[in-house]
Design a protein around this ligand. Structure first.
Ligand code: ADP
Length: 271
């Protein structure tokens, strides 16, 4: 009892001639919905057993004094891997949620500058032993309409990626500014960069430039897919510029009608 879904394509040729193609995409749409539901259900079902496994591992490691020393390393590896799987499931569930609806149900004015300050702080602790320099310049009067949780997760993915793919001592620059075209966030790093042939596929799920290297960075391969979906829901667009060995710049652009009136007294967040 699915609703009929039709896709219309209008092509103009010659001076006054038009061709309209009508395609029945009901079945395609149904299959796509089944895929989304399947991924969401599997992720949800895997969460409970994983929580139990992590719980037992945590208990065992808390009593590591009474364990045979040769068990310690394997148990620590198991704990690391179950943490990784937890992040993967969280990202899969978030993506499923983002795909389920076109807009955030609870859109509200979001103060982006303080959000970026929090992300910067978290990124700095992520890079503790790599000692990156993370600069932030953000216009405190520039607010967005949207979901704070979704924007936080998209912007953190971009900033954490900059840390992950930039060697020790690198520079990361985060800028949030506005102009007549709307509001813009750019996250720039002088890290390893990306070859041009990979750029069009970066926001695909599980697409990784170098999967052997990426698995060591602790990422899930879903970060940029999440960024793309969050931006779509906020009428935003993602641009990537990058050169291998020189670094990358990921920019998010939001149109003027996505801006919100600042709701609180602003404070300067330039650092
Ligand atoms: P991951 O969890 O692997 O980081 P993402 O979806 O966030 O997944 O990113 C996809 C791929 O894009 C990464 O595996 C990496 O190869 C590349 N990438 C993302 N951000 C950067 C960056 N700032 N510098 C270099 N490569 C990047």
């Amino acid at each position: 009892n699915a609703r009929l879904r039709l896709q219309f394509t209008l092509t103009r040729f010659g001076n006054n001639e038009h061709l309209m193609l009508v395609r029945d995409v009901t079945r395609l749409h149904l299959l796509e919905q089944m895929r989304k539901d399947f991924v969401a259900n599997v992720s949800h079902e895997l969460r409970t057993p994983l929580t139990v496994i992590s719980g037992y591992l945590e208990t065992l490691l808390a009593h590591s004094d009474s364990l045979e020393p040769r068990w310690l390393k394997p148990l620590q590896r198991m704990e690391q891997q179950s943490e990784r799987m937890k992040h993967l499931l969280e990202d899969l569930l978030l993506l499923a949620k983002l795909e389920a609806t076109a807009h955030s149900a609870n859109a509200q004015p979001v103060a982006v500058a303080p959000l970026l300050q929090l992300i910067r702080r978290d990124a700095q602790s992520l890079s503790a032993d790599k000692a990156h320099q993370i600069e932030l310049e953000a216009d405190p009067l520039l607010w967005l309409k949207g979901s704070e949780a979704e924007l936080r997760s998209a912007f953190s993915n971009l900033v954490f990626n900059a840390v992950k793919y930039t060697p020790a001592g690198g520079h990361i620059q985060i800028r949030w500014w506005g102009d007549e075209h709307g509001a813009h966030l750019s996250v720039r790093d002088d890290g390893i960069g990306i070859e041009p042939r990979h750029l069009p596929r970066l926001t695909e799920r599980f697409y990784r430039v170098d999967s052997s290297r990426a698995s060591h960075t602790g990422g899930t391969g879903l970060g940029l897919a999440i960024v793309k979906h969050v931006l779509l829901r906020h009428q935003g667009r993602l641009d990537v510029e990058s050169a291998p060995g020189e670094g990358s710049r990921f920019s998010c652009h939001f149109p003027p009608h996505q801006l919100a009136e600042p709701g609180m007294p602003a404070c300067d967040t330039r650092e």
